[in-house]
Design a protein around this ligand. Sequence first.
Ligand SMILES: NC(=O)C1=CN([C@@H]2O[C@H](COP(=O)(O)OP(=O)(O)OC[C@H]3O[C@@H](n4cnc5c(N)ncnc54)[C@H](OP(=O)(O)O)[C@@H]3O)[C@@H](O)[C@H]2O)C=CC1
Ligand SMILES: CC(=O)N[C@@H](CCC(=O)OP(=O)(O)O)C(=O)O
Length: 347
Amino acid sequence: MITVGVAGASGYAGGEVLRLLLGHPQVRIGTISAGSSAGSLLGQVAPHLTPLADRELQATSPEAFADHDVVVLALPHGASDGLARELADDVVVIDCAADHRLTDAAAWSSFYGSPHAGAWPYGMPELLTHGGVKQREYLREVRRVAVPGCYPTAVSLALAPVLQAGLVESTDVVVVAASGTSGAGKALRPHLLGAEVMGGMSPYGVGGGHRHTPEIEQNLAVAAGEPVSVSFTPTLAPMPRGILATCTARTRPDVTAADLRAALDKAYGDEPFVTLLPEGAWPTTGAVLGSNSVQLQVALDEHAGRAVVVAAVDNLTKGTAGAAVQSMNLALGLDEQAGLSTIGVAP
Ligand SMILES: NC(=O)C1=CN([C@@H]2O[C@H](COP(=O)(O)OP(=O)(O)OC[C@H]3O[C@@H](n4cnc5c(N)ncnc54)[C@H](OP(=O)(O)O)[C@@H]3O)[C@@H](O)[C@H]2O)C=CC1
Ligand SMILES: CC(=O)N[C@@H](CCC(=O)OP(=O)(O)O)C(=O)O
């Protein structure tokens, strides 16, 4: 059995990691740690994790994670790197925070306003990279993984195939995406006041200011083989989980709807966790709740000359914890699908 510890186990991402690990046949759950709720029982903060209800949350420290095979960090941005540096080189460290996602130090400083901690292998196995090689080939036997952001998961998987196939202009990509409130974590954020959130939808990070913009552009540039410029607008939707991303890009001359569909089909036809829906069916967040699936659909807007690719993911599952477990499996040479399900919860 592999011993996996989780730092930030009292939070939404850490809780979802534990939910998935409880269903993993080769995993024994080791230390679970927290910040202010250290000393509490997990059942007090995450009552849905029944089998672990009596486990005590430890203070987060390198010593608490000694003798683990894997440590998953589900801590706020900036808190991961210090702990990661104290963990042994042969321990697999999977970081759900943004600290190690960006390769460009200037982009990091500009969007996060702190020193760049450096980039780790990026935990999106299905992402197309140079020459059509999937990112999973760069995750085998690694000891450090940066788990992608939730919006970049939906958007990058939606657009990478059509960019790599040269079907759309890399300089004209527009994304509007809606997220459930759990995307912001348990801590109260200014844009997350309960009464307002429940009543309607609202945009935030408008005008290119959201920190996922450079992450999306980084992923798409790797797929396209050239810089990609993205206008990204996130919105907050009155639902606990889920992301629906509507991604459009100007098509190159003579591109047909069949070309777009063929690019996505070629990229994901063999992927267990990315599904191009049958023609006429559209992704919904409800269909992917609790599952590690990404659902996609594509259309050609001939009038506007744009490709439209819609993606649905569960921000906490494929958008965080599922990607963490999938990457852990690759790093350890286990079955990539172990502990992961494509079965959603409905209605
Ligand atoms: N929510 C999402 O959809 C996604 C989240 N992520 C990333 O995952 C990470 C966790 O996010 P999320 O679970 O949403 O956030 P939460 O606020 O829900 O949880 C944060 C966790 O970190 C702990 N914590 C906070 N500060 C410290 C500290 N200084 N030292 C030790 N532990 C601390 C908290 O413990 P306590 O509550 O006890 O203080 C809690 O367990 C973030 O980096 C986030 O960006 C990534 C993709 C998507
Ligand atoms: C609804 C909401 O607030 N979502 C979060 C993104 C969640 C995510 O993916 O997080 P990290 O990149 O922070 O890991 C946000 O927009 O800040």
